[in-house]
Design a protein around this ligand. Structure first.
Ligand code: FAD
Length: 451
């Protein structure tokens, strides 16, 4: 392998790693970035499929994501709003399709009241616990040892209200079933976006997109770093000691003083460490796992739903597809919808032959938006679970009890090894904004250690 030396090595050229490298380079440090894939951007990826430019991974920006918004400004990049004019569609527990406006679902009055009451309860917890150190709250262990599913049912016996509130965090965010993560983990997810109400307001959380696609943020950062970024270079081993690190891949070996590992936490243990990581990290890293969601893209000759006065925004708790949005690309006359199938429903359709999966998913979209949805010009399923260097979507979270037990140590360096990822962030947790924040924080820790 090529032998290099640097002050700092960054493993992973997603937004977290690239932002760490950018800050270290700006501080005058000699940085090398090693990326496994033949592209930068990690879980943000803009690519063409059947003549349509798609954002296969992360794409939306919300007003609370000030780190990302600030970077976009600094890079002179612009955003555009998601199309949302017109009526939304909801399919409730009764299986009936109803259109509505505003952010209250057309459910029975008593259920609407329960949803509002549960929302207030979650908002109160979120305000009390916060995103920065949820594990430090006096009720952390109590909230971390009850699943969000059970907690909701202890608060309310309205089943539809419980599944609706659960959906905003389970299927729509952590992409795990609500029985598989704790109430504390749910609170962190909501707190990281400012409040639970923000998460339930799609006009807030799915506000804008980046002109040119979200991956272009990483591409711009990488361009500034130039030949310090090495692609197709999976890191296999990190040797570490008091005098620094030797970071090894098949193509390049870099000797440096510090390393920032900026990969999804379930992949921390794809790298070998010599000496091995401490017991705490060995244990903790086994309690972080990726969710699973299929992001489905369907493009039509025109955005036909708009002619019918529909926004393209659809929600269903009992349907295969849980959410649909108008995802028409900036400057494109064709209409694109994006639809999501999460966790156990994703498992079920992934078990089907490709044609049958496509037919079931489009039939589910057609329940919301009509028969025209059955026949797209182009159709594509983002399948991050099959990607060796990601292994799921959107992101990683702790299992029941893990956040209270390990959270305080998740970013603690091990000697010269630092950790960064959106999945270890507070504000912007599991989002590009959190990735950037976590990269900046790791760079500051490295800088403090080096001076
Ligand atoms: P990643 O983006 O995962 O980058 C990690 C990098 O490390 C990757 O490039 C990987 O190839 C590399 N790597 C892994 N192992 C190694 C190794 N051994 N050696 C070298 N390199 C390695 N966020 C939003 O803000 N808005 C959204 O709308 C949104 N939607 C999403 C939709 C989907 C389908 C997905 C998958 C994600 C979405 N996200 C969204 C989340 C967002 O994309 C992530 O939070 C963000 O990309 C995380 O950045 P990161 O740098 O922490 O990790």
């Amino acid at each position: 392998p090529q032998q290099l030396t640097a002050d700092v090595v960054v493993v992973g050229a997603g937004p977290a790693g690239l932002n760490a490298a950018r800050h270290l380079a700006a501080a005058g440090r000699d940085v090398v970035v090693l990326e496994a894939r033949d592209r930068v951007g990690g879980r943000t990826w803009t690519d063409e499929r059947d003549g349509v430019t798609l954002e296969i991974g992360g794409q939306w920006v919300s007003p609370d994501q000030t780190e990302l918004l600030g970077l976009l400004d600094e890079l002179g990049m612009t955003t555009y709003p998601r199309h949302r004019d017109g009526e939304n569609v909801h399919i409730g527990a009764d299986g009936v399709r109803r259109t509505y406006r505003g952010d209250t679902f057309p459910v029975p009055d008593s259920t609407a009241k329960e949803i509002a009451r549960l929302t207030e309860l979650v908002d109160d917890l979120v305000a009390a616990v916060g995103a920065t150190e949820p594990w430090a709250h006096p009720r952390a262990r109590e909230l971390d040892t009850i699943s969000f599913e059970d907690w909701l049912r202890r608060q309310s016996d309205d089943e539809e209200a419980c599944t609706t509130v659960a959906l905003f965090i389970a299927g729509a965010m952590l992409t795990k079933p609500a029985h598989a993560f704790s109430t504390l983990q749910a609170v962190l997810m909501a707190a990281s976006a400012g409040s639970f109400t923000n998460l339930t307001d799609e006009c807030f959380i799915l506000d804008r997109r980046v002109v040119g696609g979200m991956q272009s943020v990483s591409q711009r950062l990488a361009a500034d770093l130039g030949d310090r970024v090495h692609l197709a270079t999976p890191v296999r081993t990190i040797r570490h000691g008091e005098d620094g690190v030797v970071v090894e891949s098949e193509r390049v070996t870099v000797r440096a003083r510090r390393v920032v590992v900026a990969v999804p936490p379930p992949l921390f243990s794809r790298i070998g460490y010599d000496p091995p990581l401490p017991r705490r990290q060995h244990q903790m890293h086994q309690h972080l796992s990726m969710g699973l969601v299929i992001k489905v893209h369907a493009t039509y000759p025109t955005p036909f739903w708009r002619r019918e006065g529909l926004s393209g925004t659809c929600f269903g708790t009992s349907t295969l597809v849980q959410e649909v949005y108008d995802n028409t690309i900036h400057g494109d006359d064709r209409g694109t919808l994006v639809a999501f199938v999460a966790d156990e429903k994703a498992d079920a359709v992934f078990a089907l032959p490709e044609d049958e999966r496509r037919a079931r998913i489009l039939a589910s979209v057609a329940q919301f938006l009509g028969e025209q949805a059955l026949d797209p010009l182009a159709y594509y399923e983002s399948d991050w679970g099959s990607e060796e260097w990601t292994r799921g979507a959107y992101a990683a979270s702790f299992d029941l009890g893990g956040l209270a037990r390990y959270g305080a140590d998740q970013r603690t360096p091990v000697g010269p090894i630092h950790w960064a990822c959106s999945d270890l962030a507070a504000e912007g947790y599991q989002h590009v904004d959190g990735a950037l924040r976590s990269g900046r924080a790791a760079a500051a820790d490295v800088e403090a250690a080096l001076t």
